[in-house]
Design a protein around this ligand. Structure first.
Ligand code: TLP
Length: 343
């Protein structure tokens, strides 16, 4: 059997030898007593990188987003987010189940909504019979829209609007690193417009497990309590925190390579009449395309039979995600398989 090229997600990346060495050598302690030196160092380093007072290591991106939303809201509150947001589609209904909050969806263009679209959705504080608008959530890069980057001017304008209405802003920055290397805007600059941020270590950065949430000290103190309440307090967690620290220190700048690979693949797909692809939406390491002649399921199956794994995007779309465990040579092989299946 030939090598399988796995473009289902950047979550499939495996820790490198150097990362495993850092894990092996990690100093550990009981993190529930805050005595794990490696977790403490990861949280210090991540807070600095994100320009926030404090950070907390959590087991997953979903837990990161949900803890942030829980800390920022009360049951009965409402969070405004884009209609294709991860917190809406892929977090198992947790905003309702874990925090008793509802989402109010805005239809963005390529995953991006404007302050003009949001303002009419903000509920008047006098309307006691309505849910209370409490948070505006932005996903950057935007997964379901195809890894698109929210322009910093737009983020700034939304954050100003939020302040005017006394609302919090939360960033689902699972792939903020991708946005940052592509635009040259630092993660701290992006994070500066948000009260809370959640960023993944286990996607393009290649760590096996974990996310970081960051905010001010009071926010993180409360998040620490919620993480424990939800069973996310971990003990000798330095073993995995070491991988996260290694990822932040070594694997951010190389993400540009993944973007190049996605663009190569997108350009290639665009040369076929049998698929449609919005090239302008291919800005980072994710690409979405929709087949015109065969069904999504048919293409996923045929690609799989030929050694290429892809995943389902929004309805009618196939998603390919590039990452550190697929080389440029692998992309050439992927092109050949795609040509055979869709050509
Ligand atoms: N996304 C996964 C799937 O859930 C779709 C993927 O393969 O891309 N925010 C964003 C924007 C994400 O894309 C993801 C993961 C998460 C949060 C959640 O991270 P995990 O899976 O670590 O809980």
């Amino acid at each position: 059997m030939n090598k399988i090229i796995d473009l289902r997600s950047d979550t499939v990346t495996k820790p490198s030898k150097a990362m495993r060495k850092a894990m092996y050598e990690a100093e550990v302690g009981d993190d529930v007593y805050k005595e794990d030196p490696t977790a403490n160092e990861l949280e210090r380093y991540a807070a600095e990188l994100l320009g926030k007072e404090a950070a907390l290591f959590v087991p997953s991106g979903v837990m990161g987003n949900q803890i942030c939303l829980n800390v920022l809201t009360q049951p009965g509150d409402e969070v405004i987010c884009e209609k294709d947001a991860h917190i809406f589609h892929y977090e198992s209904g947790s905003p309702a189940a874990l925090s008793g909050i509802q989402l109010n969806l805005v239809e963005g263009k390529r995953g991006i909504f404007t302050p003009e679209q949001v303002e009419p959705l903000i509920r008047p504080t006098s309307a006691y019979y309505m849910a209370r608008t409490k948070v505006i959530e932005i996903e950057n890069t935007h997964n379901r829209a195809g890894g698109t980057i929210n322009p910093i001017e737009n983020i700034e304008a939304i954050s100003k609007l939020a302040k005017r209405y006394n609302l919090f802003c939360h960033l689902d920055g699972a792939r903020i690193w991708n946005a940052s290397v592509e635009t040259g805007i630092t993660p701290a600059k992006y994070a500066s417009y948000f009260d809370s941020v959640s960023c993944c270590l286990s996607k393009g950065l290649g760590a096996p497990i974990g996310s970081i949430i960051a905010g001010n000290k009071d926010f993180i103190n409360e998040a620490y309590r919620v993480r424990k309440a939800w069973g996310g307090g971990m003990r000798q967690v330095g073993i995995i925190a070491a991988a996260g620290l290694y990822a932040l220190k070594n694997n951010i700048s190389r993400l540009t390579e993944d973007h190049e690979k996605a663009k190569l693949l997108a350009k290639f797909l665009n040369s076929f009449d049998s698929v449609s692809i919005d090239l302008d939406s291919v800005q980072t390491n994710i690409l979405m395309f929709s087949p015109k002649k065969k069904s999504v399921e048919q293409i996923l199956t045929e690609c799989r039979e030929n050694g290429l794994l892809l995943s389902q995007g929004a309805v009618g779309f196939i998603r390919a995600v590039t990452h550190m465990d697929v080389s440029f040579e692998d992309i050439e092989i992927a092109k050949k398989i795609l040509e055979k299946v869709i050509g």
